[in-house]
Design a protein around this ligand. Structure first.
Ligand code: MN
Length: 231
C-alpha cells in the first residue's frame, strides 16, 4: 500500500530557545472570552464558553527578526485583527478538571485570530457556520511557542496589539472570562485533547480592520512579539 500522493507536511511551530518544532494537531478557538470584547460584539454577561476551530494548516509561523508578510485574503473588505494568548497542549486527555488542567499545558505563544469580519457577520445573521470568516488559509499567525517553565506567569500578563505603532488592543490575560484551566475543562468535555493542540483563548476589546501595508505588532509580556505586515 502506498499513498495516492505525498501526504501533506506536518504543520509545526518553532519552540523558543531550542531547535525543536511543536507539531500541530488541531487549532481550537474560544469565542467572546473577554467581557469588554463581548460587549463590543453586542453581547453582555458571562455565558458558557463556546468554541470554533481552524484547520491546522491555517497556521502562519512568524519568527522573531524575520520580516513576515501576511497576504490580505480574498472575499473580504473587513479583515480584522484579534490578538490572543495561545495555549499549546503537551499532554492530552478527556474530561480534564480545571484543578489539574495546567499540567496539560506545554507552553504559550502570541497569536492572531485573523477574521474576515464581513463574512463572519453574514454567516451569523443567516445562522450558518463561521468557517469562511474564521478558518481560511493563513488565518492563524503565531510566534514561537515558549515552554511553560520559561514563560513566567502568563495568566497575569499584559496583552496588546499595535497597528503602525498605535495601540489598538491592550488588556491583561487575567481579564479572561474563562481562564486557561476552566477553558481546558470545558473544551475537554467536548473533545479529547491531544498533544499538539493549540488553543487561541480569545481576544480583548479593540478589534478592528487592517489594510495592505499595515504593520501589526502583537505582544504578551514574557513571550516574543509577533511582528508582521499585511501584504
Ligand atoms: Mn478570536
Amino acid at each position: 500500500m502506498t499513498y495516492a500522493f505525498s501526504p501533506p507536511a506536518t504543520v509545526a511551530v518553532p519552540i523558543a530557545g531550542t531547535d525543536d518544532l511543536f507539531p500541530v494537531h488541531r487549532i481550537y478557538c474560544v469565542g467572546r472570552n473577554y467581557e469588554d470584547h463581548a460587549r463590543e460584539m453586542g453581547f453582555t454577561g458571562r455565558e458558557p464558553p463556546f468554541f470554533f476551530m481552524k484547520p491546522a494548516d491555517a497556521i502562519f509561523v512568524v519568527r522573531p527578526g524575520q520580516p513576515a508578510s501576511l497576504s490580505y485574503p480574498s472575499l473580504t473588505g473587513n479583515f480584522h485583527h484579534e490578538i490572543e494568548l495561545v495555549v499549546a497542549i503537551g499532554r492530552g486527555g478527556a474530561a480534564i478538571k480545571a484543578a489539574g488542567a495546567m499540567d496539560h499545558v506545554y507552553g504559550y505563544a502570541v497569536g492572531l485570530d485573523m477574521t474576515r469580519r464581513d463574512l463572519q457577520n453574514d454567516m451569523k445573521k443567516q445562522g450558518r457556520p463561521w468557517c469562511i470568516g474564521k478558518g481560511f488559509d493563513d488565518s492563524a499567525p503565531i510566534g514561537p511557542i515558549v515552554r511553560k517553565a520559561d514563560a513566567g506567569d502568563v495568566t497575569k500578563a499584559e496583552i496588546s496589539l499595535q497597528v503602525n505603532g498605535q495601540d489598538r488592543q491592550r488588556s491583561r490575560v487575567d481579564k479572561l472570562i474563562w481562564n486557561i484551566a476552566e477553558t481546558l475543562e470545558h473544551l475537554s468535555a467536548a473533545w479529547t485533547l491531544q498533544p499538539g493542540d493549540l488553543i487561541y483563548t480569545g481576544t480583548p476589546e479593540g478589534v478592528g480592520a487592517v489594510a495592505r501595508g499595515d504593520r501589526l505588532v502583537g505582544a504578551i509580556s514574557g513571550l516574543p512579539d509577533l511582528d508582521l505586515t499585511i501584504g
